[in-house]
Design a binder for this molecule. Structure first.
Ligand code: NDP
Ligand code: GDR
Length: 371
């Protein structure tokens, strides 16, 4: 018998990698996508199966985590063995501007799924994974952060995710549902949303090197994150739902790196050496050398500057995870290191902007984007 999985947030970074993984394991995968005025399935279009054909393994349903009747109907129809709740308003900075919506989708959305499982009497059949986050640790209490480190959320996003974390634990304890939190530290990839810091950096690195962008404006360059690769992290999600006993796990690499260092690594991928001068809002990044003849950046060019609009009202300064429990109980370990991740992301963005460069060189105007 094929296992059936339902993924909320299937159109996001993790949704795309998880769908690939589950299809490769022979699952029938159902996903919830939101109605949008533009196509929003870019990340999973390569997995498309014509719904008119028989025996397809990937089916999308319109829905939203703010709509409980919709969720109940989809779960009743799909009868999933596993639900992966990846859907969320996932941008920390944006959550300060949309706190109520974030609480609804990220916090109460999780409750709606758990309640749907109860209402439909699926407590013994359906296992559920909750996409919890290292943002729960927030203001540093202790490092490295493990499953027993106290939480101190620092954004409306993190507070909403804190509700989701505890309601998942509560439904496990109260109703015996196989419900688990994966407390995942930051994970990135070429599919990462364009406004998260790593992707913003790798896109800008490619564009600046190719003469398509002048400068990269960022916020807090001192923040430190434990960055892994999304491909490794979706393996952990899958493993978390395959154990005999449900529990919560930290998924991390155990290595922390500053934003500034990530920028250096990204430019270095293209043979460009960067030096940072100044501090705080006055800090700037300059080109010291450019060894690849393909990219013609003059020494001394200012390519990075700080803009206070990217600072958050309350920041999370330092994240470094302790993945001992997941290593021991799940046998999970990351296959990628940060160098490999940065290299893949920069190469992918260089590829992406080759077309734009060709258009520019042929005299066509380049489209700018809001971020
Ligand atoms: P993305 O932002 O790439 O994807 C989020 C997904 O959620 C998208 O498919 C989005 O749809 C969907 N979504 C947003 N709002 C709703 C809603 N109201 N109802 C239904 N779906 C909705 O996030 P990631 O893939 O990076 O992250 C996956 C999950 O893991 C998220 O919950 C995130 O908070 C959490 N997380 C992520 C980490 C990371 O480093 N990436 C670390 C720890 C936790 P659309 O495409 O239409 O916008
Ligand atoms: P984060 O990721 O907030 O950790 O949440 P993000 O990449 O947005 O920020 C990481 C750090 O970089 C600093 N920063 C900037 N961030 C952005 N986005 N844009 C900038 O210009 C910029 N300049 C500096 C930030 O201040 C921060 O310290 C991600 C999301 O995927 C969450 O959903 C997830 O839960 C956590 O990771 C773990």
């Amino acid at each position: 018998m094929k296992k059936v999985a339902l993924i909320t947030g299937i159109t996001g970074q993790d949704g795309a990698y998880l769908t690939e993984l589950l299809l490769s394991k022979g699952y029938e995968v159902h996903g919830i996508k939101r109605r949008s005025s533009l196509f929003n399935t870019d990340r999973i279009d390569h997995l498309y199966q014509d719904p008119h054909e028989k025996d397809i393994n990937l089916v999308l349903h319109y829905g939203d985590l703010s709509d409980s009747t919709n969720l109940i109907r989809i779960i009743q129809q799909v009868q999933p063995d596993e639900i992966y709740n990846l859907g969320a308003m996932s941008h920390v900075k944006v959550s300060f501007e949309t706190p109520e919506y974030t609480a609804n989708a990220d916090g109460i959305g999780t409750l709606r799924l758990l309640e749907a499982i109860r209402i439909l009497g699926l407590e013994k059949k359906t296992r559920i994974y909750q996409a919890s986050t290292s943002e729960l640790y927030g203001l540093v209490q202790a490092v490295p952060q493990s499953e027993t480190t106290p939480f101190y959320p620092r954004s409306p996003y993190a507070v909403a995710k804190m509700y989701a974390y505890w309601i998942t634990v509560n439904y496990r304890e109260a109703y015996g549902i196989y419900a688990c939190n994966g407390i995942l530290f930051n994970h990135e990839s070429p599919l990462r949303g364009e406004t998260f810091v790593t992707r913003k950096i790798t896109r800008a690195t490619a564009k600046i090197a190719m003469g398509l962008q002048d400068k990269l404006y960022l916020g807090n360059l001192d923040a430190r994150r434990d960055w892994g690769h999304a491909k490794d992290y979706v393996e952990a999600m899958y493993l978390i739902l395959q154990q005999d006993t449900p529990t919560d796990y930290v998924i991390a690499t155990g290595i922390t790196t500053a934003v500034r260092e990530f920028i250096r690594m990204a430019f270095a991928e293209l043979g460009i050496e960067i030096e940072f001068i100044g501090s705080g809002l006055k800090e700037k990044g300059y080109v010291i050398s450019c060894s690849d003849p393909e990219y013609q950046l003059e020494t001394g060019k200012e390519v990075v500057a700080v803009d206070e609009k990217y600072f958050r009202p309350t920041e999370v300064d330092l994240l470094i995870g302790d993945p001992t429990k997941s290593k021991t109980l799940l046998g999970w370990a990351p296959k990628y290191n940060l160098k490999g991740l940065v290299s893949e992301m920069v190469a992918s963005d260089v590829d992406l902007f080759k077309r734009e460069k060709l258009l520019k060189d042929s005299g066509y105007a380049i489209k700018n984007q809001f971020e």
